[in-house]
Design a protein around this ligand. Structure first.
Ligand SMILES: Cc1ncc(COP(=O)(O)O)c(C=O)c1O
Length: 388
């Protein structure tokens, strides 16, 4: 109680706590609940990756290191992106960060003066808007539209109309958390053309680039851009390599921004742990089989989740082409936080409330299906008993 009286920045005091955490706090650690509220799979990091970290630590790689990341890791990421997207992407465009979240925070620190805004395609993972707010900026959420036959559609004109003289960047997360929506190559071209014309930054959050069903990777802004475009792409080791707890990510940006990012890294984390970076090199070099098998596991979970949920009379849900979430609309639902808490008792399943992803998410719930199929099937069965 007392702490609330200390003089801290008003913006921080007013920052809402995560609504996902508000729900998970009620059921956390309860073994009767199937927890599908967070965005992570159930598989531990593959042994060959963990072993590389242990070996690097044992070899004494425990010192301060390069701010933008080990040159070997930056080169490996560059080669990986070049292979994935068929375009030459050099190490001079890559900066390693201590997580995807930190990558986004560094971008916000680099671009936002108080009063600037980011125009953000929503619904969106809440941390993006929070980063903008913390810097004194305005997160301007522009909603995707419901697509005929289910799913979501981007209206680029709506996005462009939301940009004004204080807009610094358009922010797109594709594949999307929570909707699973994926931007098309044509939409990427339209956004790039608009950003070039208006001198705006484009921030692409592509942390789910490899969690796609049908292709090796989702359409990427890196496929159509030039090195000196005002484009920054955020990525992470968390999702595709099952490394959420490692806190490692990277940014792909214009080479001229590298010294700026190095300054910011210095004053935030002073660099990512060397032994983790050594393991990240191994993850990329030897991890393709794992990445593919993880996407296949997510696909099996998706099919069970969507089929089961679509059979519930009160639920509308579309089959996502990317990311690992079912985003479901529940008929008559007006308070998704209260309902998600109720579900902990009635269904014993932990879901994220849709309102966590912006006001347009009210009436919706998010379920992570990156689990073994038996767990997903059991969760769906329990939800069906309440939602049918
Ligand atoms: C859309 C999106 N961006 C970025 C992140 C950040 O991931 P991490 O900080 O684990 O690298 C997440 C994590 O859930 C996410 O969903």
């Amino acid at each position: 109680m007392q702490a609330a009286l200390f003089p801290i920045r008003e913006i921080i005091r007013d920052l809402p706590a995560s609504r996902i955490a508000e729900v998970s706090a009620v059921g956390f650690g309860n073994p009767e609940i199937i927890p599908l509220w967070y965005g992570e799979g159930d598989l531990p990091t593959p042994d060959f990756i963990s072993a590389a970290a242990t070996a690097a630590m044992a070899a004494g790689e425990t010192f301060y290191t390069y701010k933008a990341g080990l040159p070997e890791l930056r080169a490996t990421i560059g080669e990986y992106l070049s292979w994935l997207y068929g375009r030459e992407i050099g190490a001079e465009r890559v900066a390693v960060t201590s997580s995807g979240m930190t990558a986004l925070m560094l971008v916000a620190q680099m671009l936002i003066d108080p009063g600037d805004n980011f125009v953000i395609v929503a619904p969106i993972w809440p941390n993006v808007a929070a980063a903008v707010t913390i810097l004194g900026g305005e997160p301007r959420l522009v909603s995707l539209d419901p697509a005929p036959g289910g799913g979501w559609r981007l209206d680029p004109e709506k996005l462009f109309a939301a940009c004004d003289s204080r807009t610094r960047a358009i922010f797109v997360n594709s594949p999307s958390n929570p909707t699973g929506w994926m931007i098309s190559p044509d939409e990427i071209a339209a956004l790039l053309a608009f950003a070039r014309r208006r001198g705006l930054w484009l921030i692409a959050d592509e942390v789910y680039a490899r969690i796609v069903y049908g292709n090796r990777a989702a359409p990427s802004f890196l496929e159509q851009s030039e090195p000196e475009d005002r484009l920054i792409v955020a990525n992470s080791f968390s999702k595709a390599w099952a490394m959420t707890g490692w806190r490692l990510g990277w940014l792909t940006l214009p080479p001229s921004l590298l010294p700026e990012i190095e300054k910011l890294v210095e004053f935030n984390t002073s660099g990512s742990p060397t032994f983790l970076q050594r393991a990240a090199i191994v993850a990329i070099r030897d991890g393709e089989d794992f990445v593919e098998s993880f996407a296949a596991r997510c696909r099996a979970g998706r099919d069970i989740a969507i089929e089961g949920l679509q059979a519930c009379r009160r639920v509308s849900v579309a089959r996502p082409d990317g990311a690992f979430y079912a985003f479901l609309r529940v008929e008559g639902l007006t308070d998704s936080v209260a309902f998600a808490k109720e579900l902990l008792h009635t269904a014993k399943v932990g879901l994220a409330p849709g309102s966590a992803f912006g006001p347009m998410g009210e009436g919706w719930l998010r379920m992570c299906f990156a689990r073994d199929t038996a767990t997903v099937a059991e969760a769906v069965e329990r939800l069906r008993a309440v939602l049918d």
